[in-house]
Design a protein around this ligand. Structure first.
Ligand code: SF4
Length: 227
């Protein structure tokens, strides 16, 4: 990201927090931008996940923010299933696998994330975005299994990354930063982040019982939100 843009984004972080509803819509807008950039990168390089693989979800050492999980928590609340997931998150211990991971999906094509359309940013970016190394050169944050199974695509992706052609992780992370407040931006393990997000959604929706809206369109009412 250009230094001027970085300064502009950090200045924007100090603006007052608009509202949870607006924050949810802003987060979804960042997700759409990230998905578009990643799809383009995948088309250019042929890089893709291995069908049925859930290796990155099996890791327990990545963190996220409450903010990234607010669209999911809100969507589950609208569908009447937030209590169920909140109880599961409460029971999870530190270091446990993500509660939304489905270890036995039945078929490979079913996927292992039970909340795929509303998964947090970190789950979208891993394997298809670049980070600057200590010398300021872009490096692909690659998945070791993909590298082994699709070596040609990996080579193309690495070459394109060096030419600044890969989406940058920091670009999307900073865009999320300007959306949240101090509490929602705090970095947490995924289950703890979801727990906080669900508690916040419970609090705001208790005050506004009619606040349900479709997280994908922003329209009300919202029966059967995707998740
Ligand atoms: S939210 Fe979905 S993609 Fe992210 S770690 Fe959990 S199961 Fe995996």
């Amino acid at each position: 990201m250009h230094p001027i843009e970085t300064i502009r984004l950090f200045t924007a972080i100090r603006r007052p927090y608009a509202s949870d509803r607006q924050a949810i819509l802003n987060v979804l807008s960042v997700y759409r931008q990230a998905d578009t950039a990643i799809r383009r990168f995948q088309r250019q390089t042929g890089l893709r996940c291995i069908s049925g693989c859930g290796a990155c979800c099996e890791k327990h050492d990545f963190d996220t923010t409450m903010l990234e999980l607010m669209p999911l928590a809100f969507s589950l609340w609208c569908r009447g299933t937030l209590d169920f997931w909140h109880t599961r998150a409460l029971a999870a211990r530190e270091g446990d696998r993500c509660i939304f991971y489905n270890a036995h999906p039945g078929t490979d094509s079913a996927g292992r994330c039970l909340m795929y359309p509303l998964r947090p940013l970190v789950c979208r970016l891993f394997g298809f975005t670049a980070q600057d190394d200590k010398y300021g050169a872009p490096r692909l944050v690659a998945c070791a299994s993909v590298k082994k199974v699709f070596p040609r695509s990996y080579e193309r992706a690495t070459a394109l990354t060096l030419r600044e052609g890969a989406p940058k992780m920091s670009h999307f992370s900073l865009r999320l930063l300007i959306t949240g407040d101090e509490v929602t931006r705090k970095r947490l393990f995924i289950n703890a982040g979801f727990l906080k997000a669900s508690e916040r959604i419970e609090r705001i929706t208790r005050r506004q019982r009619d606040s349900c809206f479709d997280v994908f369109t922003g329209q009300r009412p919202s029966p059967g939100l995707a998740g």
